[in-house]
Design a binder for this molecule. Structure first.
Ligand code: PLP
Length: 386
């Protein structure tokens, strides 16, 4: 049997072979393995150079200064560091932050942890298209608001927020803007200066780099203070201690350098594949777009299907690797909080699927997925009416 067609790039991407090759040169005795913090010998300096080269590669994709990049273990840690680290360091300036109901759990749970520490959080409900409007944000701002955290691209929907407009509102009210860009980097232009971003979370493994590595962009500004979450040797200018994972870091650097060169080509390839899939499904009834493709990245589509239940649909689709619009708890199947957050009815949310594509997706993958979906829908709907 053929391996399932992988259409779950928004969950994670495979490592690009060019990235794996660079990583493999930073592990063994004949490679660059030394501790980048070892200042007393040549192998240490060489490792430090490799880390600094990668820092520049990551900074270049977002037009930042390399000194604004802090290595972390992934976007989850970056979100925690941005939210808890910023709020704790700026306690005396204010205790209020604004975020939304459809952020990634790493943001939502960090904000909830802040609430437990006595911070006040306003949870914005997005528009039906999954976006937060500048007007909505403006009406939530208070004199004691210090932080706004809103994502650039939603991981379940693919919708793109107008970050420049949101940053303007945050700044007019004296707050800083944190952006979770785990799904946005390499997919949309992310010039931190033009957009007015103060803090931004990045992940390696959503962009053909390895898992377990990420970064937080921290704008260089005398007023910018972040309290560390992880204490130790004072690495990363005191914001994140721990021996730097050279092989992971050079992997993320290479992945981001490739994205700088090939991001637009990737997106053109992916847009063609997305359109091919939508064309193939065009004849079928009862398919809902959970978001508007005009305001979303082309690599993620979220579709709801009338007249079938999500679990049967997934069972019938074992030949393609995709995500559902539901999450299994120990007790029950719950519809995705993101789909519920944009007002998708419970039943439709439970029968929704996220399909996400990437650099290595082929026309054959798309055709197999379209064929499987068509068969599953027709079969399940027939059974339902018998
Ligand atoms: C994947 C993802 C994260 C978490 O990133 P990790 O590097 O896996 O910790 C955070 N935010 C968004 C939007 C994501 O898609």
């Amino acid at each position: 049997m053929k391996a399932p067609a992988y259409l779950d790039y928004a969950a994670t991407t495979p490592v690009d072979p060019r990235v794996a090759e660079v990583m493999s040169r930073h592990l063994t005795m004949d490679g660059i393995f030394a501790n980048p913090a070892s200042r007393s010998h040549m192998p240490g300096w060489t490792a430090e150079q490799a880390v600094e080269n990668a820092r520049r590669q990551v900074a270049d994709l977002i037009q930042a200064d390399p000194r604004e990049i802090v290595w972390t273990s992934g976007a989850t840690e970056s979100d925690n560091l941005a939210i808890l680290g910023y709020l704790r360091a700026n306690r005396e300036r204010g205790r209020h932050m604004v975020t939304s109901l459809i952020e990634h759990k790493a943001v939502i749970d960090s904000a909830k942890a802040a609430e437990k520490e006595g911070f006040d959080v306003t949870w914005l409900t997005p528009q039906q298209d999954g976006r937060i409007t500048p007007e909505q944000l403006a009406s939530a701002m208070r004199p004691d608001t210090v932080l706004v955290s809103l994502m650039a691209v939603n991981n379940e929907l693919g919708t793109i927020n107008d970050i420049a407009a949101l940053a303007k509102v945050a700044h007019e009210h004296g707050a800083v803007l944190h952006v979770d860009a785990a799904q946005a980097s390499g997919r949309i232009a992310l010039n931190v200066r033009e957009l007015g971003i103060d803090l931004m979370s990045l992940s390696g493994h959503k962009l053909y780099g390895p898992k377990g590595i990420g970064a937080l962009f921290v704008k260089r500004d005398p007023d910018m203070r972040i309290e560390a979450l992880i204490h130790g040797g004072g690495h990363e200018r005191g914001m994140r201690s721990g021996t730097l994972a050279t092989h992971q870091i050079v992997g993320m650097g290479e992945a981001f350098a490739i994205a700088s060169r090939e991001g637009p080509t990737d997106q053109a390839h992916i847009t063609a594949l997305r359109d091919r899939l939508l064309d193939a499904l065009a004849g079928l009834d009862g398919i809902h777009h959970n978001t508007d493709i005009q305001t979303s990245v082309p690599n993620i589509i979220n579709l709801g299907f009338d007249g079938v239940d999500g679990e049967s649909l997934l069972m019938a689709l074992r030949d393609i690797a995709i995500s559902t619009g539901s999450a299994c708890n120990s007790a029950s199947v719950e519809p995705s909080y993101v789909l519920r957050g944009i007002g998708v009815p419970r039943r439709l949310a439970l029968s929704s699927l996220r399909l996400s594509f990437g650099r290595f997706t082929t026309e054959d993958d798309i055709d197999r997925a379209a064929q499987a979906l068509r068969q599953a829908l027709i079969g399940l709907r027939e059974r339902a009416t018998q």
